[in-house]
Design a protein. Structure first.
Length: 329
């Protein structure tokens, strides 16, 4: 809410890098003080906190249902998703797009009649296809690079009907494949590009790998702010996991990770891959992109100095990198 109130990308990034970190540490300090006041003993407080911390880590690392709530955050918006107005994409600033239903999936489609390139866009874990930075990207791809674009929401997000018991890696990858199949049916002679951001980059890697194994490879792939795997991302992002990283053997312990959308073991089998990361990305560190680049022979890695996690498309160097990657070959 605070981020939405603060206008301007510069201030949003400053809040994400500074204020959010201070609020977390302040909350922990207040909690410790409250426990100390209740118990009357600092030593007992630290002991109770340690036991609670270890129990919390065990539950998170071994309960797939809870892990999925951290990975797929569609539940954060479910209370507001009844009337998002996604059936009118022009309200969100999308240029030349129409709203479609492809099976259970809500999808925005921008058709450029003369285009020979079609982009299927897979978004990240939060928000919808109507998020401002996603609309900005789709407008750039369609209006500047003259690509036809499919931008959709996974089942469980926005107006896409969840017809399975819960979201999972299987469901989101199946959704991406469904849109790819539709794109190929409607544009049989065009080049198909799969573009994924953050969690969507993991979805892209899994979908592209499956299709390549079925001898149906994609023409080109773009990974924006990608992670090596959800597990590796959690080790770097969540405060409590970062604290536990100092414990010898913590990373090597056989935790029950599921739905990790792992890219590191399969990206080496993908071709024509562009990887985009930002130095100031505090959500998915740029080191993840660099590691994926090292694991993918022939890939292109572009590291922007700014752009954070969500606004790489605002950087001119990133626009040039995307345009160059999508040029006819």
């Amino acid at each position: 809410l605070i981020t939405k109130i603060i206008n301007g990308n510069k201030w949003k990034q400053w809040y994400q890098r500074r204020v959010r970190g201070w609020l977390i540490w302040l909350s922990l300090f207040i909690f410790l003080c409250a426990m100390w006041f209740v118990t009357g003993s600092l030593l007992l407080t630290l002991f109770i906190d340690l036991i609670a911390f270890l129990l919390l880590m065990y539950v998170i690392m071994n309960w797939p249902w809870l892990q999925r709530k951290f990975i797929f955050t569609n539940w954060l918006l479910q209370a507001m998703q009844a009337d998002l107005g996604l059936e009118q994409p022009e309200r969100f600033g999308l240029v030349g797009g129409v709203n479609r239903k492809i099976g259970q999936l809500g999808c925005w489609y921008v058709e450029i009649p003369s285009s020979q390139t079609v982009v299927v866009y897979c978004h990240g874990s939060s928000g919808t296809r109507g998020s401002d930075y996603r609309v900005e990207l789709v407008n750039y791809l369609s209006q500047q690079l003259h690509c036809s674009v499919y931008s959709f929401d996974y089942r469980g997000y926005a107006d896409s009907l969840l017809d399975v018991s819960e979201m999972s890696q299987v469901s989101v990858v199946a959704d991406a494949r469904k849109i790819i199949h539709m794109a190929r049916l409607e544009h049989s002679t065009s080049k198909i590009v799969l573009y994924g951001h953050s969690l969507g980059a993991g979805v892209v890697c899994q979908a592209a790998y499956q299709l390549s194994e079925e001898c149906l490879p994609l023409d080109q792939i773009v990974l924006e702010a990608p992670f090596v795997s959800v597990a590796d991302w959690a080790y770097d992002y969540y405060l409590i996991v970062r604290i536990m990283n100092v414990v010898p053997g913590f990373r090597g312990f056989p935790w029950r990770f599921t739905d990790i959308l792992q890219a590191k073991d399969i990206i080496g089998k993908l071709r024509n891959v562009l990887i985009l990361s930002a130095e100031d990305d505090t959500v998915t560190l740029s080191s993840h992109g660099a590691r994926l680049h090292a694991l993918c022979p022939g890939s292109t890695f572009h590291l922007a100095t700014k752009g954070g996690h969500n606004h790489l498309i605002q950087q001119e160097s990133v626009k040039r990198a995307i345009a160059q990657h999508l040029e006819p070959r």
